[in-house]
Ligand binder design. Structure first.
Ligand code: NAD
Ligand code: UDP
Length: 311
């Protein structure tokens, strides 16, 4: 099988390339490097079944070789990144999704869209089930990401209904692990960087907002299982273990053996107050649930950052 992965040089995309190569697929990674890192490809760059195409997927792409699977993971994903690049974010979620759906249609390939828990916005239902329609501010600063992903889900369902494309949609909840960019601005790289350098750990707001952190290998396993089903509605993939951001700061500080103080900074606009996946659907449909707890996942990720920072 041949699998095309957009965003392949990013954090999650590179783990997907690695998994699909390990399963014996040929893998074509497409990336324009807006938030990616070519070093993420180092572990498998020399694999003869791997190919990299430098391309902005918001512009159409033709691929001559037959594709069996198209996985659309290209998009800035950290709030800091998409606030810096709102228009490319809107374009890759809309035009990029259109272009990749077109590729899947042309090749008769399976399709999988990386959507997000952000489609639930600042949720009024907790935990979030796939049936919840969300509470998104379309004109707020996060709207460029949330609405692009909501449009992406909508056009994906339309391609399934109108053209019979075998589409899949995952709603990914906060995912972490090796190969996250140290300076991508997301909470985990920020806290680990700060704790390892003994700098103040910046908690936004009072730190009582919650998130639920999933280790990347669990996500990749869920994606692998869903792709080969005939299920087309969205599926939440996340780890339901919920924690406040203040507790998360304390956990990371302890793990780093750090004496960093915790300081409080203003809460960004429209920052969701709570987030926790209901994973009943993934459990029933895929027999899937997260296997790597925060204790183990954070240790592995911190080793990665220690190494990167020479600490
Ligand atoms: P990332 O920034 O590490 O990776 C995104 C990759 O997409 C980068 O390599 C970037 O250069 C590439 N890209 C962006 N726009 C592109 C374009 N127009 N053309 C080609 N390549 C482009 O982020 P990530 O955390 O690996 O996220 C990957 C996907 O998963 C994104 O679609 C994101 O929305 C989704 N997601 C991630 C999380 C998470 O917690 N990590 C949560 C929800 C959804
Ligand atoms: N956050 C924080 N300090 C930081 C970075 C983020 O307190 O240095 C908070 C942020 O306000 C949010 C949570 O951590 O409530 C998760 O932020 P992240 O940017 O990782 O992603 P989000 O889940 O908001 O998309």
């Amino acid at each position: 099988m041949r699998t095309l992965i957009t965003g392949g040089a990013g954090f999650i995309g590179s783990h997907l390339c690695e998994r699909f190569l390990a399963e014996g697929h040929e893998v074509i990674a497409v990336d324009n490097m807006i938030t990616g890192d070519l070093a993420n490809l180092d572990p498998f760059r020399a694999n003869p079944r791997f190919r990299f195409i430098g391309h902005d997927i918001s512009a159409p792409l033709k691929v001559k070789q037959k594709l069996d699977n198209v996985l659309h993971f290209a998009s800035p994903a950290s709030p800091v990144d998409y606030l810096e690049h709102p228009i490319p974010t809107l374009k890759v979620g809309s035009l990029g999704t259109h272009n990749t759906l077109g590729l899947a249609k042309t090749h008769g390939a399976r399709y999988l869209l990386a959507s997000t828990s952000e489609v639930y916005g600042d949720p009024l239902e907790h935990p979030q089930k796939e049936s919840y329609w969300g509470n998104v501010n379309p004109i707020g600063v996060r709207g460029c990401y949330d609405e692009a992903k909501r449009f992406a889900e909508s056009i994906t369902m339309a391609y399934h209904r109108a053209h019979g494309v075998n589409t899949h949609i995952i709603r990914i909840f906060n995912t972490y692990g090796e190969r996250m960019r140290l300076n991508d601005g997301r909470v985990l790289p920020n806290f680990m960087y700060q704790a390892l350098r003994g700098e103040p750990i910046t908690v936004y707001g009072e730190g009582n907002q919650t998130r639920s952190f999933q280790y990347v290998s669990d996500l990749v396993e869920g994606i692998w299982r869903l792709l080969f089903t005939d299920f087309h509605e969205p599926v939440n993939l996340g780890n339901p273990a919920e924690i406040t951001i203040l507790e998360f700061a304390e956990e990371i500080r302890k793990l780093a053996g750090s004496k960093s103080e915790i300081v409080f900074k203003p809460l960004p606009q429209d920052d969701p107050k709570v987030r926790q996946p209901d994973i009943t659907r993934a459990r029933q449909l895929l027999g899937w649930e997260p296997k790597v707890g925060r204790d183990e996942g954070l240790k592995r990720t911190m080793d990665f950052f220690r190494n990167k920072m020479g600490k």
